[in-house]
Design a protein around this ligand. Structure first.
Ligand code: FPP
Length: 249
């Protein structure tokens, strides 16, 4: 639930509390370039990226925005150099372990979308533990996409639906958009209202393609580690200037 505006901490006065997005998806791009600009190893950018994500999550709480979904690792990211992939996997695990108490204290519910079966067992168990420990939290709903790809998600949904038909539990005539969405990783999430992609790239990169049919898109040249409260404020101002019609007049 969105907090009443009187309870929101520091919501900038030029933002309308009654028309904030309820669900924001982010593509956290530009970590590597941020590090390279400082002659630092790319992985330093990912570390800073985690700090930016934590700060954003706190802002969601303060400003009463109920849901954040972050693209942490795509099905295509396995193609990166082995040492960067390894670094990211260890980073995810460490961050989950280090931040779990804080997530619980802040009433954040953490969930994951993507094919977790391909992840190392220690990360899988960290993920399962974090989901279980925060399952009843009612504050910000924080979803992390790891080994996520929209096309994989859609094919997986088709396979599951086909199996139900084959087993005689489903009539093809019953397949509609609602039923299809129930077979996606995101079955218990609302569609995003706003997508933010940093670093100047203007692509969806196989992210939430079904779910973002009517999502407003915001692209900024700011690199992810620099995406702070002020940058998010600008994104929200842009969102609030838009007139969402969902195909209607
Ligand atoms: C894209 O920047 C960023 C990633 C592929 C990783 C993002 C992951 C995090 C910020 C960690 C999140 C952690 C948890 C536990 C949710 P890039 O490397 O593509 O940057 P570049 O385009 O400048 O090379």
């Amino acid at each position: 639930m969105t907090a009443p505006s009187s309870l929101l901490t520091d919501l900038p006065s030029d933002l309308d509390a009654s028309s904030l997005p309820r669900h924001v998806a982010v593509i956290m791009d530009g970590n590597g370039r941020w590090a390279q600009q400082r002659q630092a190893p790319r992985v330093m950018g990912h570390r800073k990226g985690v700090d930016a994500l934590k700060a954003l999550l706190r802002c969601f709480k303060d400003w009463g925005i109920p849901a954040l979904t972050a693209y942490a690792f795509s099905t295509e990211n396995w193609g990166r150099p082995l040492e960067e992939v390894d670094f990211l996997m260890v980073l995810f695990e460490r961050v989950l372990r280090a931040e779990l108490k804080e997530l619980i204290r802040e009433d954040v519910r953490i969930r994951f979308v993507g094919d977790r079966t391909q992840l190392r067992p220690s990360l899988q168990s960290e993920i399962a533990g974090a989901m279980q420990a925060t399952a009843h939290n009612q504050g910000v709903q924080f979803t992390v996409a790891i080994n996520y790809g929209s096309r994989e998600e859609i094919v997986r949904a088709c396979r599951r639906i086909a199996l139900e038909v084959q087993q005689g539990n489903l009539n093809p005539a019953e397949i509609d958009e609602k039923l299809f969405a129930q077979h996606l990783y995101t079955h218990d999430l609302e569609d995003p209202d706003l997508l933010i992609r940093t670093s100047g790239e203007q692509r969806l990169s196989n992210y939430l393609l079904w779910q973002m049919a009517y999502t407003e898109q915001y692209f900024t040249s700011t690199l992810w580690p620099d995406f702070d409260r002020a940058a998010f404020h600008k994104a929200l101002l842009s969102y609030q200037e838009r007139h969402r019609r969902f195909g209607r007049l």
